[in-house]
Design a protein around this ligand. Structure first.
Ligand code: CO8
Length: 342
């Protein structure tokens, strides 16, 4: 098996979905990078030629007590409903320049978001968020769906008291707590909770076959993870109201015209383009990237004057970073900056 395939597949025992064919090219890693990311010292075992230990950055981060999750965080060897890959640009020594790709992979159920899938998704997202080699995360779908919503067969049996007492689906919001940017690469149906999951991400790229909708009204319920709130902020009241009241879907171009997505990309190239965009973000200074995310997301919650003050304070604080010194020096010296994310 070529090295790049090994790297692209190292966290998945399942065969990658067909769409990953193009991604593998984008995920090509140099042998130097493989050594750096998966040093023998950190490798506990090798099965059938596949490295199955956590990457060194995760192994070493185990000693950093900064966040409770980090203490035991490593990607699982196998997930039931997702595929996870750590991709690195070819011939690059950018610090933290990798992109974590999480592929929702329950194609027979159109990636319906059952509890177990969401548990997998949140676990992997948290680990990648803590991984110093990774600067950006991509969430994508497989088959003909990004995700066709919450799992209706699982939901159909729930009763009010149980839903209320367990705060059903509240864990979904954990996706919005990641500090690194998340790109949703939507390639097919993004319906109900699937559309809401995409809206929890920071950038939505739509494949040309993408379809977005909030069809919960057809099931006798309403959206429950942002379809009546984030959608309004993204596309305005009238269009959002039409979507949630009629359950009608919009296509990729309509989503683009409405401001829900930032770009429409040929379906075949979507994942590759998303990973490339991720590499572009991951090569910037990591502290500034996180602050950009935090400040832009704060705009949804704050008044203009509060938001401007928050932005200015964050801007000031970046003058305490090495990356600010490096970025400005590099500009003046007419060279590329070498950010260290400090
Ligand atoms: N849940 C469970 N199974 C599903 C779902 C789903 N959401 N969507 C599709 N499937 C299954 C189908 O049952 C079918 O399974 P099987 O082959 O075993 O019969 C398989 O996927 C393929 O589906 P179809 O045969 O229907 O495929 P089509 O191409 O004919 O149609 C559609 C595709 C249009 C996407 C259609 O499947 C559909 O309408 N799906 C339901 C979409 C929907 O209503 N989504 C909203 C769900 S409710 C929700 O998301 C609420 C979120 C609240 C979050 C709250 C957080 C706090």
């Amino acid at each position: 098996m070529p090295l790049n395939m090994l790297v692209a597949r190292h966290l998945s025992r399942r065969p990658p979905p067909a769409s990953l064919g193009t991604l593998v090219k984008a995920c090509t890693a140099s042998s130097a990078h493989v050594t750096a990311s998966f040093s023998p010292g950190a490798t506990s075992a090798t099965k059938a030629g596949r490295i199955i230990a956590p990457p060194t950055s995760l192994a070493s981060s185990a000693s950093i007590p900064s966040r409770a999750f980090a203490a035991s965080a490593s990607l699982k060897e196998n997930y039931d409903h997702i595929l996870v890959e750590r991709c690195f640009p070819e011939n690059s020594d950018v610090v933290g320049g990798g992109v974590g790709v999480i592929t929702l992979h329950r194609p027979k159920a159109l990636n319906a978001l059952c509890d177990a899938l969401f548990e997998d998704l949140i676990h992997a997202a948290r680990v990648l968020d803590e991984d110093d080699d990774i600067g950006c995360i991509v969430i994508t779908g497989s088959g003909k769906a990004f995700a066709a919503g919450a799992d209706i067969s699982e939901m159909s049996k729930r009763e009010f008291a149980n839903a209320y007492k367990t705060n059903m689906f509240s864990q979904w919001a954990d996706i919005t707590k990641m500090s690194k940017p998340i790109i949703a690469a939507v390639n097919g149906f993004a319906l109900g909770g699937g559309c809401e999951l995409a809206m929890m991400c920071d950038i939505i790229l739509a494949g040309s076959k993408a379809q977005f909708g909030q069809p919960e009204i057809n099931l006798g319920v309403i959206p429950g993870a942002g379809g009546t709130q984030r959608l309004v902020r993204a596309i305005g009241k009238s269009k959002a109201m039409e979507m949630v009241l009629t359950g009608n879907r919009i296509n990729a171009q309509e989503a683009m015209d409405a401001g829900l997505v930032s770009r429409v990309i040929d379906s075949e190239l979507l994942l590759e383009e998303a990973v490339k965009m991720g590499y572009g973000i991951a090569e910037k200074g990591g502290v500034a990237v996180r602050m950009c995310k935090e400040a832009v997301n704060a705009a949804e919650e704050m008044t203009l004057s509060e938001g401007l003050r928050f932005e200015r304070r964050m801007f000031h604080s970046l003058f305490a970073t090495r990356d600010q010194k490096e970025g400005m020096s590099a500009f003046l010296e007419k060279r590329k900056p070498n950010f260290t994310n400090e």
